[in-house]
Design a binder for this molecule. Structure first.
Ligand code: PRP
Length: 218
């Protein structure tokens, strides 16, 4: 193993990154540079620990990890499922908990039950396709959207949506409800397959340390 090799982390931008850095602090991994909210820097270094961190759009994190541009990624399970990259998922961090659900107005429940050919709007076409085609054996039309998915059934674009539900507030405020649950979600640690072999000591130590903190918090 090279003495001076940096381990590189790709963090999904936003809430997840903030939580991740808080967790890393608890195991002695800090990155002061990253705390400056006004910085336009894209990559941050901890010279002492030989670590690098960068922030990326969530769906790009598995891509950086698969190609080895990052050794380790922190990303939501939803993104891992949707992107389908060749990476190892090694740890559930236990935060960012939410659920992937099929939602819509109460009136759409019957359509789902009777396997009607319906339209499903979603930011997650692969997850939706897998759920309806492989698990439910139901033919549906999937419509890809990029955000504010709850709008779709309200304005008549689709009968239901396949989307993330956290508190349920967005659904409630828009007269929608959870009709079926697809799977639970949370933040996960993913690792490049080659890095896992080449850097197994450092990576396994990191996983062990993170596990200890998570178990204490449970
Ligand atoms: C997510 C998700 C729901 C909402 C669920 O959207 O797509 O719209 O959060 O949260 P709740 O159950 O606590 O109301 P996000 O805020 O990520 O924005 P988006 O509409 O751009 O997907």
């Amino acid at each position: 193993m090279e003495e001076n090799r940096y381990l590189t982390f790709a963090l999904g931008k936003g809430r997840l990154a903030k939580k991740t850095l808080e967790l890393f602090e608890q195991i002695g991994i800090t990155c002061e540079e990253m705390k400056d909210k006004d910085t336009r820097k894209l990559i941050f270094v901890n010279e002492d620990l030989k670590l690098k961190f960068f922030l990326a759009k969530g769906p790009d994190v598995p891509t950086y990890v698969e190609y080895g541009a990052a050794d380790i990624g922190i990303v939501g399970k939803d993104t891992i499922l949707e992107e389908g990259r060749n990476i190892y998922e090694v740890l559930d961090l236990g935060f960012g908990k939410c659920k992937m659900c099929i939602c819509g107005p109460e009136s759409a429940r019957e359509l789902l039950k009777h396997h009607e050919q319906i339209r499903v709007a979603t930011k997650y076409p692969h997850i939706a396709k897998d759920y309806f085609y492989n698990k439910k054996h139901q033919t549906v039309e999937i419509i890809k959207l990029n955000g504010s998915i709850e709008l779709a059934p309200i304005v008549g674009l689709s009968e239901v949506i396949c989307d993330i539900v956290e508190t349920g507030t967005t659904l409630k405020e828009n007269g929608l409800t959870v009709l079926e649950e697809v799977c639970p979600l949370s933040a996960r640690v993913v690792v490049n397959q080659v890095s896992m072999k080449m850097e197994h000591e450092r990576i396994n130590k990191l996983i062990r340390d993170l596990k200890t903190v998570i178990e204490k918090e449970e």
